[in-house]
Design a protein around this ligand. Structure first.
Ligand code: ADA
Length: 572
């Protein structure tokens, strides 16, 4: 049986066994909202986690599907916690036919606590993947990634102790002294002074008294190493409170800006990375651990020190691997759009809910150094600009020690950057946009980057802040080789990537570059965008969707390795 899939884990909490395959029923056009878990025609077994629309019987479909399993409670009365780490696009959850919760925010975890009597119980999760702004405001038809339907990430059921340590947030206070704070999030029946036994790195646990009202302790461990991409040193803290135990993993590191530099552990950092969707054609967004491990290996092999988790909160087990491998991560909320969307109060409430969960879930991952939001939103519109400020301030209030940014669409002269720590922009100078009539010679790349650097210099809200190219690149169809270096060929893509990387990393005005993208990904199936998405895919990967490298892969690897040797000091 799986013991835990990622940190934190709770060695004393007993898991209720859930099977790898659940009953599945395809309900087609029946709207999720009118669905009742009666007479459901379960006909098939599908894996959980899993996306139903990657199964050949339902390939590419949109509608309602329902998953069902049975579990057993062995005690007379049992307090349980159901955790669904992510589903999409929205779902409703039923216990013995009665609704106990749900979510309309994809890629966002859900926890439901409930009590059951001894015996067998039925759990049903109905999900729907039809675009519907009134219900799921953060996933819209124009988005360049597919609306897979299903249970994207792990589902677990555990027995809850009466007094609980739910999380310990570890915050670096002083880098040089290796001084850090443990902030306890207790749950259940706790109050007053609590006797907590605490140990680091598997050493013997020692008793401390933690005040439930001010639940923080400060430690100094001068002999702890720092976490950095070159030396990703990690530590664990275990804590025990009357039968409940938690093990959290963390790293000591500080990410900050100093003028237009990004500093990691007081050392200037140049970002060399890729954007990556957490997707695979055979699994949709339910990416199995094997693929996560391979993807992290590919990123390291390419010489990346950075990955942007586009365009939604990341899987916790993927982040664990990034912690271990020394990959810096930009994690962001899903959801963006024009002024109307960005000013919609219900949309903003959903973004805040997922931002809070993202920050809390990822608090202890040293790899996560940037929190982002509103990819390519209408940052230049005055009303939308207020929403940019609102979300940046909202994320900052958690004091999680991350830099905050939003990837802008190109670099408008007037845009919402006041509250951002980094000015990040996406631009495809040599590639262009759908139905673009401009000629786009290679020289456009340097000219455009230079133009944006000058734009940032002129604007007081951007001047003096680090400037990061958060997306750029070109598409190539895997296997399309062409001595004429025509568009969509691997040669043309490799040329664009080489020119973009050298233009960015030779220019000290840029803090780094993240190419679009790690591998090809299935795109939306409708609208104008499709005309620029042969095969229904965004083909800008340096590998295809099955992770088969294109010509650009080796070019990028050569360049990233060259620049890592010359531009980056060690961080410890
Ligand atoms: C945008 C967007 C990406 C992708 C890219 C492209 O920058 O953020 O998701 O769609 O454009 O390939 O055009």
């Amino acid at each position: 049986m799986k013991i835990f899939s990622h940190y934190p884990y709770y060695p004393e909490r007993r898991a209720v066994a859930l099977p790898a395959f659940w009953d599945f029923a395809w309900l087609g056009d029946i709207p999720l909202e009118v669905f009742r878990p009666q007479d459901v025609p379960y006909s098939l077994k599908l894996p959980v986690p899993g996306c139903f629309d990657v199964h050949p019987a339902f390939a590419g479909t949109a509608g309602t599907g329902c998953y069902k399993t049975v579990f057993e409670a062995t005690a007379k009365e049992e307090s349980l916690r159901l955790t669904v780490e992510a589903l999409g696009l929205r779902g409703r959850i039923f216990l013995d036919g009665a609704e106990i919760g749900g979510t309309a925010i994809p890629f966002t975890p859900l926890q439901i606590d409930f009590t059951v009597q001894k015996g067998l119980h039925t759990l049903e999760i109905a999900v729907n993947n039809v675009y519907d702004f009134d219900r799921t405001r953060t996933f819209l038809p124009h988005m360049d990634f597919f609306r897979h339907g299903g249970i994207y990430r792990d589902v677990s059921l555990s027995i809850l102790p009466r007094k609980r340590i739910e999380r310990i947030e570890v915050r670096t206070l002083d880098l040089r002294k290796r001084k850090f704070e443990l902030f306890f999030r207790f749950g259940g029946d706790v109050s007053g002074k609590l006797p907590v036994r605490i140990g680091f790195d598997g050493e013997k646990e020692v008793s401390f008294e933690v005040d439930a009202d001010v639940p923080r302790l400060v430690f100094e461990r001068p002999f702890f190493g720092l976490w950095s991409p070159e030396h990703p040193e990690l530590h664990t803290v275990s804590a025990e409170l009357e039968g409940d135990r938690i093990v959290e993993r963390f790293g000591i590191r500080v990410i900050e800006t100093n003028g237009d530099r990004i500093l990691l552990n007081e050392t200037p950092l140049r970002i060399r990375g890729l954007n990556r969707h957490d997707a695979h054609p055979d699994f949709g967004y339910a990416v199995p651990p094997e693929i996560h491990a391979q993807d992290v290996w590919f990123l390291k092999d390419l010489g990346c020190n950075f990955v942007r988790g586009a365009h939604y909160p990341q899987s916790q087990s993927f982040l664990d691997l990034c912690d271990e491998a020394g990959l810096l991560v930009w994690e962001e909320t899903i959801g963006s759009g024009g002024e109307r969307v960005l000013c919609d109060p219900l949309f903003l409430a959903d973004v805040e809910e997922q931002a809070e969960k993202m920050v809390r879930e990822s608090f202890n991952h040293p790899s996560v150094v940037i929190f982002g939001f509103f990819n390519e939103g209408a940052s230049e519109m005055p009303e939308a600009a207020k929403s940019y400020d609102r979300i940046a301030i909202f994320i900052r209030k958690f004091n999680s020690g991350r830099l905050i940014t939003a990837a802008l669409r190109e670099l408008p002269e007037h845009c919402a950057t006041r509250e951002c720590d980094i000015i990040a922009f996406n631009g495809y100078p040599a590639w262009g946009r759908v139905f673009d009539r401009e000629p786009r010679p290679m020289g456009t790349i340097r000219e455009t980057f230079d133009k944006y650097a000058r734009t940032a210099e002129k604007n007081p809200a951007m001047r003096g802040k680090p400037l990061l190219i958060s997306e750029t690149g070109a598409a190539a169809i895997y296997g399309s080789r062409d001595r004429y270096r025509g568009r969509w060929s691997e040669e043309y893509q490799a040329d664009v990537i080489a020119e973009s990387v050298t233009a960015a990393l030779d220019d000290p005005r840029f803090a780094g570059i993240a190419l679009w993208q790690f591998c090809d990904t299935r795109s939306c199936m409708q609208g104008e965008l499709c005309m620029n998405r042969p095969r229904g895919f965004n083909n800008k990967g340096v590998m295809d969707e099955y992770r088969r490298p294109k010509a650009s892969f080796d070019i990028l690897k050569g360049l990233f390795r060259k620049y890592s040797g010359t531009t980056e000091k060690q961080n410890d």
